[in-house]
Ligand binder design. Structure first.
Ligand code: FAQ
Length: 311
């Protein structure tokens, strides 16, 4: 790749032009986008499991209908994202194989268990809240297919966040036992939600290049801070307390300052040693095997149609 082409590519990015699949792009840009979009897709697909676990135990028909719709949306998000990643040249099979072999990452957050119904509220409120904070800027990402996919994804995430917050509000206004469930879920999901934004900026390997390429528009720490600023007042409305004794409002900056994040826990979870990593991957592998007949049938059908067309 000659310097001239690279300079022209960067000039297009600087001018806020969208890069489309058939346009020239540096190999490293293609690689980082394939990595990020496929990991995002894997997160949506693995992310169906913690909540899927509660579909049969939703407390009312209305809750069940909303949760079913949410989990189906996540499946849809995964599929659009795989399609967006495929526009960069990778095949769906390669990407799925990387996930099943444990070579591709997916969001750390989905390696924690859902122990009570309140966890469904906490996931919608915090996990989808964090996802929206991270994904709204991705609607302006320099790569066209990813940016366009994010617009619809964000609309759906906003419904997910509201359904979660409403579950929390109902529990928080309920009996003492329900309030306790809500507090316990917040206690367990708060820190993992902050970790969703990724390592601190100084330790973020990909941030510099992704910011230069306008894949990322805000750094990991900037988005984490926006999330904390938006979420702390919501916890106050719920009458729940954030499990961080060091949390304080800084009058000078106008931001909430949180205590230290346990980055060792984060490292363990992304290395495959979180509470549910093995269970999540095992469930995914089983689902993939159970679907083998569908792939075989689709291939047989395509081959028969190709033969018919050739005849
Ligand atoms: N978990 O250099 P950076 C959802 C990895 S929302 C696991 O900072 P980057 C919706 C990172 O991949 C969740 N790994 O990386 C939903 C890299 O490893 P690598 C999904 C993480 O890419 C809600 C290494 O650490 N959302 O699914 C995490 O510049 C409810 C160094 O990090 C997205 O994927 C983590 N938390 O920034 C579904 C959004 N953080 O690849 C169901 C798109 C970092 O070199 C229910 N992705 N790593 O092996 C992004 O915005 C970025 O990729 C970041 C990381 C911000 C996640």
């Amino acid at each position: 790749e000659d310097a001239d082409r690279l300079a022209r590519f960067q000039a297009r990015i600087d001018a806020d032009e969208r890069i489309e699949p058939n346009d020239f792009m540096p190999a490293a840009y293609r690689r980082t986008l394939t990595r990020q979009i496929s990991q995002h897709a894997h997160s949506e697909i693995i992310g169906m499991q913690p909540e899927g676990n509660w579909i049969t135990r939703a407390p009312t028909l209305r809750r069940k209908a909303a949760l079913l719709a949410k989990v189906q949306d996540e499946c849809g998000h995964g599929l659009y994202l795989y399609a967006a990643a495929e526009t960069l040249g990778a095949t769906r099979e390669e990407l799925v194989d990387q996930l099943l072999a444990g070579r591709a990452k997916y969001s750390s957050i989905f390696n924690y268990p859902t122990l009570s119904w309140a966890d469904i509220g906490a996931i919608g409120w915090l996990v989808d809240g964090a996802a929206i904070m991270n994904q709204i800027p991705l609607c302006r990402c320099s790569y066209g297919p990813y940016a366009r996919a994010m617009i619809r994804v964000c609309k759906e995430e906003s419904f997910h966040q509201r359904q979660g917050y409403e579950i929390m509000l109902t529990l928080a206004r309920g009996t003492a036992e329900q309030r306790e469930m809500a507090q316990d879920a917040l206690n367990r999901w708060w820190w993992p939600s902050l970790m969703m934004f990724g390592p601190p900026d100084a330790a973020s390997a990909h941030s510099d290049s992704s910011m230069r390429w306008k894949i990322k528009r805000f750094s990991n720490d900037e988005l984490r801070r926006k999330f904390v600023d938006a979420t702390v007042p919501q916890a106050h409305v719920l009458g729940l307390s954030i499990p961080d004794p060091a949390l304080r409002y800084d009058e000078a900056t106008g931001h909430w300052e949180h205590g230290a994040i346990d980055w060792e826990e984060f490292r363990q979870v992304i290395a495959g040693n979180g509470p549910c990593n093995r269970e999540r991957l095992a469930a995914r592998r089983q689902a993939h095997e159970d679907g083998a007949w569908v792939r075989e049938a689709a291939l047989a059908f395509a081959a028969r149609r190709a033969r018919a067309e050739a005849a």
